[in-house]
Design a binder for this molecule. Structure first.
Ligand code: FAD
Length: 456
């Protein structure tokens, strides 16, 4: 009888979260026998490519790279990357902890290139099915992961554990979802779509509205004003002003890996209130230098010419509709005087944030076996989804545990330590350690990630 080889761990998505896990698994610590691979939708490694604007900087120190906080001597540190690229001395002269995102992307790609034989690029995971059997006839023994490549071929792999690191999905407010995607772009697709949307000048001005009050909204607005001389940009925000992100040192301690224990130890209400109290470190806030840059740009255009670009503060969008000519008409209400007016735009950029529930779609077919765990957000301290006793596979969730593990969960701050915690949890499973030895016998033929899968 044909039996599928079984992985000890499959990582879904190969962004920074699972990349940090790959680094940790590559270290010698008694876990290097785990048969594992990753499945990534993009054709090659990419970190928020749609927002890889030339002049944008990291919002955390480079010392919070994939590994330094756990092991500063690792070969995968940002400092070693600089050294190997021949830029370490020059970087020191910059006197900055905050490289550009373009450089950090290059660092992440440099790390990722060490794991090319582990990653199945260009495949999207489309479903996960329970595998019953073994000694656990009434329960679930393993998981079958289905993915589809760009040519439409389906693949399946069986695993005893999953690390779900699929990041966020574009958050599209209801008012805009109904309008379809023509000339409406989410910020995550900004660089790949804006040329098409802004179009060539053709002697005509274009009016583009950016919706949102966070870092991405401000970055897109500033970029539009520089990139296209024929575009008049409006930044529409509900609040009264662009507000700076609080990155002062005492507040910043909430992003220390140790703070995860403090959040997790709270009862549900306590966790929520901690997150609310520190929301202005991450949501609907903008780095102060960018606020100052935008303020100066708006001021200078008032000095020199007719104002083209606008910050529409205190502005609520009440309705959005398509006009007969394909433009987008917004009903805008001034939240101070209560007056409403209509304005038409040629295009919108929605910098309206990210949903953190896309893992639920992936786990949907497992729902009958999971009880109410996913909906309840029941996640253990080691990021493992709480499952019934007869459900043997372990499902680790990365980047969607903000409610239980705190604000750093969606960011880079805890990656070095979180990957360590997940690997420790995997290693603590004696059954996995045993199976690690068993699968190691077939690992040589199967280490190439593609060769272990079976096309349907
Ligand atoms: C523009 C921008 C700038 C940011 N800057 C910072 C910063 O400076 N500092 C910071 O701490 N955080 C920053 N963040 C937060 C960001 O969430 C983290 O930096 C980081 O990307 C989280 O890594 P991740 O692997 O969890 O998610 P992601 O980086 O989103 O990676 C998820 C991966 O999963 C893949 N994927 C999704 N679904 C599937 C599927 N079904 N099958 C296969 N693959 C799939 C995606 O293609 C993607 O590669 C930024 C976010 C954005 C949007």
């Amino acid at each position: 009888m044909h039996r599928d080889p079984v992985f000890d761990l499959i990582g879904i998505g190969f962004g920074p979260s699972n990349l940090a896990l790959a680094v940790r698994l590559a270290e010698e610590a008694g876990v290097h026998n785990l048969a594992h691979c990753f499945i990534e939708r993009q054709a090659e490694f990419g970190w928020h490519r749609g927002m890889l604007l030339d002049d944008c900087r990291m919002q955390i120190s480079f010392l919070k790279d994939l590994v330094t906080l756990r092991d500063p001597k690792s070969r995968f540190t940002f400092i070693n990357y600089l050294f190997e690229r021949g830029r370490l001395a020059d970087f020191v002269n910059l006197k900055s902890f905050y490289p550009t995102r373009v450089e950090f992307h290059d660092y992440l790609s440099w790390v990722a290139s060490s794991f090319d034989d582990r990653v199945n690029y260009g495949q999207t995971v489309i479903g996960i099915e329970a595998v019953k059997g073994g000694d656990n006839a009434s329960g679930v023994e393993a998981l079958r992961v289905f993915s589809r490549d760009a040519e439409g071929h389906e693949w399946q792999r069986v695993t005893r554990a999953l690390s779900v690191g699929v990041g966020g999905g574009a958050q599209i407010p209801e008012a805009f979802a109904a309008l379809g995607s023509h000339n409406i772009v989410h910020s995550s697709q900004y660089l790949t779509s804006i040329d098409r949307v802004a179009g060539p000048a053709n002697g005509q001005r274009k009016r583009i509205a950016v919706i949102g009050a966070g870092q991405s909204a401000a970055e897109v607005f500033a970029d539009l004003t520089r990139r296209y001389p024929h575009v008049d940009a409006s930044l529409v925000i509900r609040s009264s002003a662009l507000k700076p992100a609080d990155d002062s040192p005492f507040v910043n301690e909430i992003f220390n890996p140790a703070f995860t224990d403090i959040v997790f130890a709270q009862p549900r209400d306590g966790r929520r209130s901690l997150i609310e109290r520190f929301r202005d470190t991450n949501y609907a806030v903008v780095d102060r230098p960018l606020i100052e840059q935008i303020y100066e740009m708006l001021y200078l255009q008032n000095v020199s010419s007719e104002p083209r670009h606008r910050l529409l503060a205190n502005t609520a969008i009440e309705t959005a509709a398509r006009t007969a000519s394909g433009q987008i008409e917004l009903t805008l209400r001034d939240r101070l005087n209560g007056r409403a007016r209509s304005e038409q735009f040629d295009a919108l950029v929605l910098a309206t944030g990210y949903r953190r529930d896309t893992h639920l779609d992936l786990l949907n077919d497992l729902a009958p076996h999971l009880g109410d765990a996913p909906e309840q957000g029941n996640v253990e301290r080691d990021y493992r989804l709480t499952t019934p006793e007869n459900f043997k596979p372990r499902i680790y969730l990365q980047g969607c545990c903000e409610d239980s593990h705190g604000l750093s969960d969606t960011l880079l701050s805890v990656l070095a330590l979180r990957s360590d915690e997940i690997v420790a949890s995997l290693a603590s499973q004696s059954s996995l350690e045993r199976s690690g030895n068993r699968t190691a016998e077939t690992r040589d033929d199967t280490a190439k990630a593609g060769s272990m899968a079976f096309a349907l």
